[in-house]
Ligand binder design. Structure first.
Ligand SMILES: [Zn+2]
Length: 166
C-alpha cells in the first residue's frame, strides 16, 4: 500500500539544492516504483496539483502531477520550448506554509505554454505540450528540481530569500 510521505517546508535546505538526474536503470528498482506511488499518494492526500521529489526529501529529478484525474510521472523533465506569452495567476506550494501550517498563495507570472521532454515511469521518452494550468504546474515543479521556489519569482514577498541559483 502506498504511504503518505512527510512534506518538507521552507526554509529547509533540501528545497534549495539542485537535484540529480535519475539513471534510467533505477526506474526498474522496486524502491523507485514505491517512491513514485508514495509521492502520488502524498500529492492526493495533500490535495496538491503536483509534487517534486525534493519536497519529500530526495534531491532527484522526479515530479508527479495530477492532470485530468490522472497522475503524470515526469522523470528528468526538461522544458524545450516556452511561449512568449505569459500569464499571472495565484500559486501556492505544499512546502511554503505560514506559521499556522496553512498554504500561502501569491500571484506568479509563468509562460502560458511550454513543451517538455521527460521519461515516464517505465523509462519511455515522452514529449508533452502543455498550456494554462498544466503548463504552470510543470514550471513550478521543475523549478523545485533546480532549488527554486515560487516565492523567488515574486516581487514583493516579505522576507524574500536570496536565491543563489542564478
Ligand atoms: Zn511547490
Amino acid at each position: 500500500m502506498p504511504k503518505q510521505l512527510t512534506v518538507i517546508t521552507y526554509p529547509h535546505p533540501i528545497l534549495r539544492k539542485k537535484s540529480d538526474i535519475i539513471d534510467k536503470r533505477d526506474l526498474l528498482d522496486k524502491s523507485m516504483k514505491e517512491l513514485l506511488l508514495d509521492m502520488e499518494e502524498t500529492m492526493k492526500k495533500k490535495d496538491g496539483a503536483g509534487l517534486a521529489a525534493p519536497q519529500i526529501g530526495k534531491n532527484i529529478r522526479l515530479i508527479v502531477i495530477s492532470h485530468e484525474k490522472k497522475t503524470l510521472f515526469l522523470i528528468n523533465p526538461t522544458i524545450t520550448k516556452k511561449s512568449w506569452a505569459r500569464k499571472i495567476e495565484e500559486e501556492g506550494c505544499l512546502s511554503v506554509v505560514n506559521d499556522k501550517g496553512e498554504i500561502v498563495y501569491a500571484p506568479v507570472s509563468r509562460h502560458k505554454r511550454v513543451n517538455c521532454v521527460y521519461l515516464d515511469e517505465k523509462g519511455n521518452k515522452k514529449t508533452l505540450a502543455a498550456s494554462d494550468l498544466l503548463a504552470r504546474v510543470i514550471q513550478h515543479e521543475i523549478d523545485h528540481l533546480d532549488g527554486i521556489l515560487f516565492i523567488d519569482r515574486l516581487n514583493d514577498f516579505p522576507n524574500k530569500p536570496n536565491s543563489s541559483k542564478k
